[in-house]
Design a protein around this ligand. Structure first.
Ligand SMILES: C[S@@+](CC[C@H](N)C(=O)[O-])C[C@H]1O[C@@H](n2cnc3c(N)ncnc32)[C@H](O)[C@@H]1O
Length: 195
């Protein structure tokens, strides 16, 4: 993470506090937990929701084998420009995760093996939560997984609980990592898999 990333992040937070949901990019430790034991293969796609300044993208692209596809979907235009400059080999679309299934289909990408998500669900309205979950229902086939993080302090918030409950109605119970303490603030990584 560069100093410039931190500045861009604070600016984005001040523009859209609820949508950005954090004042600093995630740490490398959280990024490593997000990609741990991901088994994306050639001929499969990984979609990232809300890559921001690319904290997870670096770890994701390093973990993807040749022949696997990546698509990043980011709502903030300035972040999209930064991501395109930084990761010239990857595709980023300036759009909302609420349209992920159509964006995946339009590009005729291979089947989705994993969706990694940085969206701040605890501060997003229920309508956005539900639209994103409906897209996940379309995107995730058997064996595919969805991974996101929630801050430890925000974990009990009603909006965070609502999101987890809706996800578990769709995909069953989630697997929760130990708290990643080397992130400010500390966070859990949550994984749901379609079985
Ligand atoms: C908490 S930041 C996480 C950024 C990065 N993944 C990280 O962990 O450092 C949330 C990101 O989600 C983006 N975002 C918010 N709502 C979105 C939506 N509906 N679709 C796509 N991106 C969205 C924000 O612009 C921001 O970049």
């Amino acid at each position: 993470m560069t100093r410039q990333d931190s500045i861009e992040f604070v600016k984005a937070f001040l523009r859209h506090p609820a949508k950005v949901g954090a004042v600093a990019p995630s740490s490398p430790a959280l990024a490593q937990q997000m990609v741990r034991d991901l088994h994306v293969q050639a001929g499969q796609t990984l979609i990232e929701f809300g890559p921001g300044t690319g904290s997870f993208t670096t770890a994701i692209l390093a973990a993807l084998p040749a022949g696997a596809s990546y698509l990043g979907i980011e709502l903030d235009e300035k972040f999209v420009a930064l991501l395109r400059r930084r990761f010239t080999q990857a595709e980023f679309v300036h759009s909302s995760a609420e349209h992920a299934a159509r964006l995946h289909q339009d590009r005729q990408l291979p089947p989705v093996r994993a969706v990694l998500c940085g969206l701040p669900f605890a501060s997003l309205p229920p309508t956005v939560q539900d639209a994103v979950i409906a897209n996940l229902d379309q995107l995730l086939g058997i064996g595919a997984e969805f991974r996101t993080f929630q801050y430890v302090h925000a974990y009990p918030l009603p909006t965070a609980v609502r999101f987890r409950r809706r996800m578990s109605q769709l995909l069953g119970p989630c697997r929760r990592s130990a708290a990643v303490l080397r992130n400010l603030p500390p966070a859990y990584v949550l994984t749901w898999k379609r079985i």
